[in-house]
Each structure stands twice: as structure tokens, then as C-alpha cells.
Write a protein that binds this ligand. Sequence first.
Ligand code: ZN
Length: 607
Amino acid sequence: MVDGEITTPVWTGDLQAGRFSQKKVDLSRWSGRSIRLRARSSPRDSADFDYVLLGEPVVSSRKADPRTVLLVFVDTLRPDHLGFYGYERDTSRAIDAFATKSVVFEAARSVAPWTLPSARTVLTGRQPEEYDVATSLQATLRAQGWATGMIAGNVYLSPNFGMNTDWDYQHVTNWPDAAEVSAQARQWLAEHDGQDRLLLVHFMDPHLPYDEPEAYRRTFAGKAPPGFDEVVELSDIKSAAPLDADAQAWVIGRYDNNVQHAVDEAALVIGDVDDDDVVVFFADHGEEFWEHRGFEHGHTLFDEVLRVPLVIRAPGIEGRRVAAPVSLLDITPTVLDLVGARAPDLDGVSLVPAMRGEPDAERVLAARDQAFGRPLYGAPRWGVLHEGEKWTTTEGREALYRLGPDPGELENLLKKDQTAAGPGWSDRLGATLGREVAMGYRIAPGRAPGALADDDFVVRVAVPGGIAAAWAGDDPLQGSQVLVEVGPLDTTVDPPVQKAVFTWVRDYPGTREVYLVPTRPVEEVTGALAFDVEYGEDRASLSVTAASGTSPGATRLPLISARLRGSRTFSVGWGWAPQPNAETASLEGSDEELKSALESMGYVEGR
Ligand SMILES: [Zn+2]
């Protein structure tokens, strides 16, 4: 420290070569004066210290009444596997007392069954597709002088997916143990003591693979059954399928071990902040344990993957339970409300009125619709929750569940009559997403083995009456390039005709679908739509016939399909789909290096 002629050392110590390390020095004795801070390194006998880089030094003053917002994010955590949500195992013993003092939301849902869209919504209070135009929670608080930090263990929270914006400090590693994460979080909190500070700490442990510390390994699970190692990988479960009841119970026991481990470590971080600090405990999605025959997450929109824990502790608000349905969309608006900040244009709402037990607050929440969709795997799915009923649509097939009497979503009320739902549901989905939801043609190539994906897959179609919209669906697995070309409207014929060409570019084995919304309603266009498919030397010409039906919902799907070279299929059906708009950001963003990292972790299937 240089103050006039006098130089005073404020910190001397050893640094580790090749690593960034954070140091905090107390400058309070020079308060109110202009001084100069000088850094000097001494390499001694190591060439590693020829130079030292200083990264973003920050001068902050200790506030009289600093505020803390702690976001505790546990990946893949089902609420019904926590003691304070009624689970018979004491997985949450370390935070049960915290939950009693907090507001526990008994029916919180995510907007998607996997991390990236869920996290984007948590941090913006908006639909995940609006991430690029949204103001993040950390940006709002940072602009008001808050220190902001994120410590996470999932690649979907990394800069590769644009999740580094507006944090002062971001540290993302791959699958860290919860103990490592809690230590880093506690260090960050200690370094930012006395400041307004926002910390997001993310625990990965309940996500596969299960590799909890020895001390937890036998808590809820015995020795590994035949076919399994002590470390449980997704591939082990897949190759052992179908699992018998004992093996399933063992896998669930291992999940519970990891839940307890993550919760124990989360409790240490929560214990480091004051009782009057804001703490939000939540997950991005749940996990399937064969309720609908599947395992893991990212595939469906059933409640075992959409339901999440949500617990909020805030100063001056007593512990209570809130039964009304709420969403991860509501976290940012609630935090902003609690700290007296505001952000415009949020899709979520503040939960503070319900937390205070204000009359009518829960009724207002229950009257609100919630939309969800965007699975990571398979065909796109969308759904909406409306007054206790859940409607979902995928590949032109709709399902409707009445959650009160059927919380397990076992009885699809549309099974016998697909038309029973009526068009009101797609309108509700569109209104909730803030996007146009249209009935259109869904065009999908089947998956092709890698060796046969060496030609472009081209589909040409002429649409009588014209084309209102044509687009390629999202591709969260990052595998594809699909070109969409729409020609001019040819008015020299009656009715006018518009042509579109869709090209799935070579080397793509997947099934990314495209949508085509005709200007005229689909049932009127039926009978006059011809598709030409080209795949290498193979050609197929198909047309949608009048016999396909006049009511989209009642028609057996697909309308037409063909099999081409290498068993590669092509099909056309129809269904509801939200159209992209100017604000829509894709849920993509990786490069080749990241793709191989995702493959190695089982997120993306290899070619
Ligand atoms: Zn996740």
C-alpha cells in the first residue's frame, strides 16, 4: 500500500503456480483517503512466478446491515424423497429444522425435466427461451452493488451454455463431491462477509452416477446386487434392465444416500448465513424411478420429473406450508421482492403474499396456468397445468390427467377419445408460454445408424393455400443441422401454392423434427399435400390422402410414413407446437469439445 511516501505491506504470502486465488485485505485504516495498491511478485527460484496476473480487483466497504441471498440448488432432487415432504427416510435431517422455520411449497414444478432450461428460468423469472433477452437476477443485484457468485457442478451451468453472464465469480466443475462444493461456497461467503451478496451453490450428488462417500454408502442401500459395481452409472442400469424389485429398491437407496449427503453439505452452507438472510432451497427437476417404466430424467413431463422442492426462508416471515401450485419461474420475482428490487417483464410472480399467508394469495396462485415442455431426449413434448388438470401433447398425441384423484398420472382421460380435450388446451399453452401455438404438420425422419447417415435427407413439399410458418424444432442434443427454405407463393395457380424444402444435413443420425403450418387449417389442406423425399439414391413420393381424416385430434398418426435406405424412416403427422418468435433462444450452444464431454457423461448418445 503506497500512501504518500510511506509503503505498507498489506499481504505477503505464497501463491500456487497456475491457479487463480482470491485474497482479501483490510484497507479500513486508510478509509476516506486516496491510496495506491501495488502488487509485486518474487519468483525466487521458480520460473512459474515470472509474472502475476491481477483479475478484477474490487474495493468494497463493509456495510452496517449487509444482506445475503443464498440459493441452494440441488440437482435431480425429488421433493417426496425429503423427510419434511413426508418421506419415511431421514434424508433431510440436517435441514428439517430450517424447513420448519421456512415456507415450504408443497406443489412446486419446473418448466422442463432437465437442467439447462430450468436453470435459465430460475435465474430470470422468465420462460427459458427468453434467456437471451432477459435480465438475470444476478445482473439486477450486481447493478445495485451486490457481490454475486455461483459455484456449480453441472456442465449445463457453465459458460458453454451462456450461464456465466453477470456473475462476479463463477466456478463450475464436473461432478464435484458435495463436500468440495460446500467448502468452496463457505469460503466465498467468508470472503464476501460484510457485503450485500448473492450466492448460488449447486450440488450435483443426487444425479447419476452415484458415488457417495463411504460413510453414506450403506445408509439406505445394502451391497451391490449382481451386475452392479459400487459406483452406479446410468449405463449399468440400462444394461441391467429390466431391473427386479430388489435391484430397483437398491438403486433408489443409493439415490437417497446421495440426497442425504448433498443435504448434509447444503446444511453447512445454510448454517453460515444469518437467520434473517434469504435462503431459497430448490431443485431443477426430479427423477423417474420406473413410475412410467422409465428411469432418469429428461424424457417425459410426468410429475416425478417436474415436481421439485421449494423452500424459502426470509426475514420476518414465519414458517408455513403453501399448498398452491407454484413454479421455478417464481424464484427470481420472489427474491427481488424480498430485497426490495424490481425487474420488468417477468413471467413468474412474487410468492411473498402467499409466504405471508395473505388472504386470497393461494387462490390467485392456483388460478394461474403453468406450462412445461422441452425434454432433453426424444420427440418434443409440451404441456400445461390448468385447475388441477394436466394436458400434454407429443407427436400429435394428447393426454389429459386429473391430478387430484390421479396424482400418479396413470389414467389418460383421452385414451378412448383424443378429441375430448378440445382446442382450449392449446390456447392455454400458448397464452402461458407467450407464444403462438399452432396445429401444423410434424415432419420427422427416423433415427439412422451412423454408417448410413452419409447423405443429406431432403424433403420437398408443395402446400396449397400457402405456408404460414415453417421451422426446425429444438435440438437439445446438439446433433444436427436442418435447413429450412420456403419459396415464394405461386399465385398463377388456383389455389396458390407455396413450396418448402427441408434438408437434414449429412452426418446426422437423429430425429430432429420440423414443423409446417399451412395458411389454411390442416384439415382443409389434407388430400392435396405431396411430399418428395430424397436420401442418397433413394426416392419416395407420398401424399396425405383425404382418408387420413378431417379431425387432427381423431386421426391415427402418423398420416403417412415411408422406409428408405438403411431402414431410415420418414413420417408426417400433425400436432400442436409453439412457434419460435423473435425472442426465442435455442436451448443449444455447445461445440464439438463440449459435445464429447456430454457424451462421456451419458447426456448425449454417441454416434
Ligand atoms: Zn439437473
